[in-house]
Design a protein around this ligand. Structure first.
Ligand SMILES: NC(=O)c1ccc[n+]([C@@H]2O[C@H](COP(=O)([O-])OP(=O)(O)OC[C@H]3O[C@@H](n4cnc5c(N)ncnc54)[C@H](OP(=O)(O)O)[C@@H]3O)[C@@H](O)[C@H]2O)c1
Length: 277
């Protein structure tokens, strides 16, 4: 006789849940996993995007949840609590072209909630779930019944969060906090053999970025395509990179900037970021 955990593990392909998986990088990552034979669940707030995914990719399971609403987040996590998964990706994000002092109260609340507070809630839940699962899997694996991918938590931060300077925007500061949080989870989950990877990419040519730039983001420095970003992210997960910073051109620049004295870095970024385009 098999246990419920054995049945679940044996009968199902590996499962990835992508929070913020209804468009852009999250959706592209989700579809890459689908191609690789994974079970895929995606979460987002747009009914329109969800309807489109249901139509185009009927095997993808979709969940509607507005991450600015605590009740909805709790309902989502309760709904998913019996779901066995190997990877949880947090790709939800809110960004604008505006500098910190231009944000109104509503934009500021939304950005903080989606980029930081909901992320923390989801990672806390995800780590708890993966720990529980790893305990039941330990029993199964030690009996030689099954060997699965190493469970992992992945978050999509931004290269903006890798620079340390006081004049940073709310977006950059919340992504910086995300990078630090992921690092703490990575250290905490080592004893459980759970992997944590944080992705800090430069510009990626997604529809959301194009929409913010009148339909064309090609002027953004070192911008890369979405398929190229997916390749980098899959490699970073495979190689278990703690903080994956790409493309390399942007990584070199941020490394240099981070070695400058703070006042000079602040002056450079301030004059660059305040430039009127
Ligand atoms: N594109 C870039 O250049 C770039 C560079 C570095 C990092 N990033 C990061 O990459 C991530 C994805 O960006 P993207 O360019 O792919 O943008 P995107 O297409 O807008 O993806 C954002 C995802 O977050 C979800 N989301 C936003 N608000 C939500 C809410 N209130 N409730 C639930 N889900 C919500 C969106 O779903 P719904 O619309 O369905 O709500 C969507 O699935 C973000 O975290 C961003 O900061 C992007």
């Amino acid at each position: 006789m098999t246990t419920h955990a054995e049945d679940t593990a044996k009968n199902h392909a590996p499962h990835i849940i992508v929070i913020g998986g209804t468009s852009g990088i999250g959706l592209a990552l989700a579809l890459r996993h689908l191609q690789l034979g994974w079970q895929v669940s995606v979460v987002g707030s747009s009914e329109e995007k969800i309807a489109h995914i249901k139509q185009q990719h009927p095997s993808v399971v979709t969940y509607a949840c507005d991450l600015t609403d605590n009740m909805q987040i709790q309902n989502l996590l309760d709904t998913l609590s019996d779901t066995h998964f190997q990877r949880l990706v947090y790709s939800a994000g809110s960004y604008t072209n505006e500098r910190v002092y231009h944000l109104n109260q509503a934009d500021s609340d939304k950005m903080l909630m989606i980029n930081l507070q909901a992320f923390e809630q989801v990672f806390r839940w995800g780590s708890h779930q993966l720990k529980r699962q790893s305990q039941s899997l330990d029993v199964i694996q030690s009996s030689g019944v099954i060997k699965q991918d190493r469970p992992s938590l992945i978050c999509i931060a931004s290269i903006a969060g890798t620079l340390d300077y006081p004049y940073a925007s709310l977006y950059a500061k919340s992504k910086r906090a995300m990078i630090a949080t992921a690092g703490a989870y990575r250290a905490a989950l080592i004893p459980y053999n759970i992997q944590v990877n944080c992705i800090a990419s430069g510009y990626i040519d997604t529809q959301a970025l194009r929409d913010l730039n009148n339909g064309d983001a090609s002027h953004k420095p070192f911008i890369i395509s979405t398929p190229s970003a997916v390749k980098h992210i899959m490699q970073a997960i495979h190689d278990d990179v703690e903080l994956a910073v790409f493309p390399s051109s942007m990584r070199y620049i941020t490394n240099i900037l981070n070695h400058l004295p703070q006042p000079i870095l602040s002056w450079i970024l301030r004059s660059r970021l305040d430039k009127k385009h």
